[in-house]
Every structure is written in structure tokens, then in C-alpha cells.
Ligand binder design. Structure first.
Ligand code: PGA
Length: 255
């Protein structure tokens, strides 16, 4: 409906994959394949690959993101990385609240909110992940869960700061499982999340915010998912490690 109000964003989430040499090679293979993209393209690499990715993407149309950041500026937080540390490197994006962080590392809606706050304060663009578990979908509470996660994560985020927010709807049961949501399911929940944004801010803000789908999106199903009026791109795990597949998704988003 209002798709022309926002640009699609295809973001690769490399997760804990690729060493530095492999990262450089993957960017090198990808760059020529996506150089004419009609959408924004981002790769989110492990922390240890960020500087290599930034160097290798120089002069290309690819942005670089991290997969998490801490909420404090510095301090006794062993193993964590602050948002300022990312911007100092030149990183522009950060994924916050990915379901693997929630599932394996005790991330809660409140810590997601704190991390979003810190990322915005540092000037990063946030890819905010929300999504229901399979049991929650079966219980018929997908909207309640996604609505709550969105509302809590955006607590204290101003209307102006929403320009730096991309929401990724990622049903947890579809991540890494090969079990994709149908285009209708993806479109329905992305549309619902947009209505939550309209309620929190206003319709113009909701219409301007990219809402991605993520969860087993691949070269074969991307076009159908992206044809939904409220699906403005994708957060791609497995397929982002395969240059031809990722490029096909980018091409589908640019149409
Ligand atoms: P997948 O991962 O594409 O491998 O399902 C998506 C994600 O976790 O962001």
C-alpha cells in the first residue's frame, strides 16, 4: 500500500560464521552481484570480522552491522562490546534482540530496550528483532507477544529516533529450520507491527519504518514474501552466507 514510502532493506545475519579471510572473500564475491541493488543492503558480521568487512565494503553499496551491543558505555561487563566501540570502528547498524540472544543468553525485553537506547545514543541504526515461539503461535497469542516485544523495546524512543529503527519480524519457529512463514502469515504480522507503531507514534512514522521478515528466507521464497505490502525486506541467516542466494534475495527486494 504505502511501500513507496520506505526503501526495502536486505540484511545478512552471518551469526557466528566466517573467519576474517572468509569474510573478506565473501564480501568480494557479493559486491559485484549486488552492485545495482534497488534496496539497501547490510551485512552483520561477527565482531572480529567487522574491521575486515568495513574495509572490504569501502566503495560498495553495502552497509556493515554488528549482531549485538551492550547498554553501558563502558565498565565491568566481561565479554561485552559497547555501542561506542562499534561506531568508533565505523559500523553503522546493529541487530538487537535476536531470538538466539533471547533463547541462549538470557536477553529480555527490558535488556533489549536498554541496548536499543544505547545503540541510538551512539548513532547506530537498529535492526530490532521480535517474534513469537511456536507454542505462542499455537496458543493464538502471536499479536500479543510481538506487540509487547515491540512496545517494550521502543520504550523511550522518540518519533525522530524512529528514523534509525528497522523492525525485523522473525517467528522463532522459522529461524534456521527451513520452515518459512507463509507470505500471508509474514504480511499479517508485519502489518500488525506497523499498526502498533502507528499507535505508539503516528501513521506517518509507521509508514516510514521498514519492517523486515526473517526466518528461512531464501532465493526461492523471497519474491513471494517481499510481495506482501507490509514486508519491507528481510533479515537473512543461512542464505546470507551464499553469495548467489543472497544476491537473488536482494534482486527480489529491488523489484
Ligand atoms: P535463517 O536466520 O535465515 O537462517 O532462518 C534468520 C535470522 O536468524 O535472522
Amino acid at each position: 500500500m504505502n511501500k513507496n514510502l520506505r526503501k526495502a532493506v536486505i540484511a545478512g545475519n552471518w551469526k557466528m560464521n566466517k573467519n576474517r579471510a572468509e569474510a573478506k572473500a565473501l564480501v568480494g564475491e557479493l559486491a559485484p552481484l549486488i552492485k545495482d541493488a534497488g534496496c539497501d543492503v547490510v551485512i552483520c558480521t561477527p565482531f572480529t570480522d567487522l574491521d575486515v568487512a568495513l574495509e572490504a565494503t569501502k566503495g560498495t553499496n553495502m552497509g556493515v552491522g554488528a549482531q549485538n551491543c551492550h547498554w553501558a558505555k563502558s565498565g565491568a561487563f566481561t565479554g561485552e562490546i559497547s555501542a561506542d566501540m562499534l561506531t568508533e570502528l565505523g559500523v553503522q547498524y546493529v541487530i538487537i534482540g535476536h531470538s538466539e540472544r533471547r533463547q541462549y543468553f538470557g536477553e529480555t525485553d527490558l535488556t533489549v530496550n536498554q541496548r536499543v537506547r544505547a545503540a541510538l545514543d551512539a548513532g547506530l541504526t537498529v535492526i530490532l528483532c521480535v517474534g513469537e515461539l511456536l507454542e505462542q503461535r499455537e496458543q493464538g497469542i502471536t499479536r500479543e507477544i510481538c506487540g509487547m516485544q515491540t512496545r517494550v523495546a521502543l520504550g523511550g524512543v522518540s518519533q525522530d529516533e524512529m528514523k534509525k529503527i528497522i523492525v525485523a519480524y522473525e517467528p522463532v519457529w522459522a529461524i534456521g529450520t527451513g520452515k518459512t512463514a507463509t507470505a500471508e502469515q509474514a504480511g499479517e504480522v508485519c502489518g500488525f507491527i506497523r499498526s502498533v507503531l502507528a499507535d505508539l507514534y503516528d501513521q506517518a512514522t509507521a509508514d516510514a519504518t521498514p519492517i523486515q521478515y526473517g526466518g528461512s528466507m531464501n532465493a526461492a521464497n523471497a519474491a513471494e514474501l517481499l510481495s506482501q505490502p507490509d514486508v519491507d525486506g528481510g533479515l537473512i541467516g543461512g542464505a546470507s552466507l551464499k553469495p548467489a542466494d543472497f544476491a537473488a534475495i536482494v534482486a527480489a527486494a529491488g523489484k
